[in-house]
Write a protein that binds this ligand. Sequence first.
Ligand code: AOS
Ligand code: ZN
Ligand code: ZN
Length: 388
Amino acid sequence: MADLAAVKRALTAQRIETPSWAYGNSGTRFKVFAQPGVPRNPEEKLADAAEVHRYTGVAPAVALHIPWDKVDDYAKLNAYAESLGIEIGAINTNVFQDDDYKLGSVTNPDPRIRRKATDHLLEAVDIMDQTGSRDLKLWFSDGLNYPGQDDLRNRQDRLAAALRETYDRLGDHQRILLEYKLFEPAFYATDVPDWGTSYAHCIELGERATVCIDTGHHAPGTNIEFIVAFLLRQKKLGAFDFNSRFYADDDLMVGSADPFQLFRIMYEIVRGDALNPAYGISFMLDQCHNIERKIPAIIRSVMNVQEATAKALLVDRDALTRAQDAGDVLEANAVLMDAYNTDVRPLLAEVRTDAGLDPDPIGAYRRSGHDEKIIATRVGGNQAGWGA
Ligand code: AOS
Ligand code: ZN
Ligand code: ZN
């Protein structure tokens, strides 16, 4: 049996970072359905993130995206976050929304464009100095649409050079999280397509470069928990971008399409003793809420991660080891499934009540009147985000 008091402690200590862009309008390449009450500026995104933290108690950090969240005074933005009881988390860069980047950013054949892209990465580190952020999250849309379009290997050299320059600019407490993505927007080849490529570049860079696993960025059927286990063993897992996918990079609410996969991922985290924030893994959401109300969707996402985590913590690890050592295939699988099939909602309600929170975060948010207030007071919100 898992130790219930320890499970509760672990759930109380858990931290999940939410993304600023999930609070703004977003959509697909076909249509952005604007919602009433969405934030009009970074401050209002922080205010919405503070609501998520108010009702969940485990989401005190919000990731920013530059330039979508560009402000003149980051120290002031930081102070505002603090006044709301939250903090600024990872700084996300954007080297994909500029005409110059049609043929790539840091891998572009044109040295002028590579310089511009690398300068943006360096500027993001300057911002981190002001926000006190630890994490620089890099995602490159760079890639090729056609065989022969550019030299695959030269592009790796250019990528390595930009990463090196950025890494060397980091302060002692700062680190790079290098994300990978199988395809899109490039369709033939992507310059950082998989965890192996990200891992190899991180090894080359040094110990403050680690891999970010976006759960939506794999081929169908990929065993993501294996990647988690492998990277943990190598001490090269730095972060997650959690979201859920049916087909490709759907960015839907984490745990909605495949809660069992999320449980399997969180089990490897628990197995690797990597849940506690002190271990250094950043559990971030990277989602877009195109048709549902955003704040309750983000609260739901946080709860989905908590539920998967609670189930992972409930795995009877001694019984599992015994069954595995005995080669008892069915029993080992049963031990895991017993935990997965446990209804952990009452346990999480208890954890919330113990922390002085409402046991029902979404209900509490709905009753708070915040949604009505933002709809009435925020006129003209259409902050940039995916597809905006
Ligand atoms: C893109 O597909 C990636 O998931 C990025 O992590 C992210 O969505 C983007 O950089 C927004 O900041
Ligand atoms: Zn991502
Ligand atoms: Zn993505």
